[in-house]
Write a protein that binds this ligand. Structure first.
Ligand SMILES: [Zn+2]
Ligand SMILES: [Zn+2]
Length: 277
């Protein structure tokens, strides 16, 4: 079976098809293959060919499971739970009671209304995100989506008019080949796929990576880096800004500032992971 699939992928004719009209068969094989790739059978076949392993330690996992972490690694995958800061979403470790403002948000204002995240940005999640973001390995996405569904069972669900992924500068997009924030939007909010707009907010200034910069440097680095294309699309709309990781919040805060200047009614932030610094 795998040999035939590989031959189909290479557009080779398996021996069983020898002697049939060539051109017609090539077209039919391609159509059949495309149809097959769209079915549920394809991921099932991949599971047989490439068994699932833990995203944290690569231990082989038994059968199909929603969250690809072994029991040991799963203990360190920490879903963010209340109580947390009402604005920036920073969790209060070991605390009980109501959500309230953290010491940073008591003194500083954000342009977004609320920032929320699914998990803490710590191992083993860190590695899975880096593999996805920097190596283009998409096999962790199903796990990210499953963890997000789990998170929403305990937290209110956002109801935005528009979902906007934090944009990459065109040069970075060409280097990477994809915008990780857009991929996450589609995977984490499949029921809102018609509300996702990856073009209305543009990163028109190429900035140096935020990694390694402190909070003030990060703010300066992204200042005026974004612009809105078609302000009428964001005017009076409730916007959910999506990114992979919330670190200092400098990037999403600058995006929110840019969107509010185009008269968005409200900007909230949703990231898959949250660094606790
Ligand atoms: Zn593991
Ligand atoms: Zn806060």
């Amino acid at each position: 079976m795998p040999t035939i699939i590989i031959m189909f992928l290479l557009n080779e004719r398996p021996p069983a098809l020898e002697g049939r009209p060539f051109i017609k068969e090539r077209i039919n094989i391609r159509d059949t293959m495309n149809n097959f790739l769209r079915t549920e059978l394809w991921p099932a076949l991949l599971d047989i060919l490439f068994p699932l392993s833990c995203l944290g330690c690569s231990t082989g996992l038994q059968g199909r499971q929603e969250i690809a972490y072994c029991p040991s690694c799963l203990q360190d995958v920490r879903l963010l739970r209340e109580p947390f800061c009402t604005t920036c979403g920073k969790p209060f470790d070991g605390a009980a009671g109501e959500n309230h403002l953290c010491s940073y948000c008591l003194k500083n204002a954000w342009n977004f209304k609320e920032a929320r995240a699914v998990v803490r940005y710590q191992p083993p999640v860190t590695e899975a995100i880096k593999m996805f973001k920097y190596q283009g390995k998409m096999h962790g996405l199903a796990t990210f989506a499953a963890l997000t569904r789990q998170y929403f069972r305990h937290q209110p669900h956002p109801q935005p008019d528009l979902i906007i992924p934090v944009p990459l500068h065109v040069k970075r997009l060409r280097q990477r080949g994809f915008n990780q924030a857009l991929v996450l939007c589609k995977k984490l909010f499949p029921y809102y796929k018609n509300n996702i707009d990856a073009h209305v907010l543009e990163r028109h200034i190429g900035t140096q990576p935020q990694t390694g910069l402190n909070s003030a440097e990060r703010c300066r680095n992204v200042r005026n880096a974004f612009m809105v294309r078609g302000p009428e699309k964001v005017k009076n709309r409730r916007i959910l800004l999506v990114d992979d990781v919330f670190t200092t919040g400098a990037t999403v805060n600058e995006c929110a500032r840019t969107l509010l200047r185009s008269q968005a009614s409200e900007v909230n932030v949703f990231t898959f992971a949250r660094a606790i610094i």
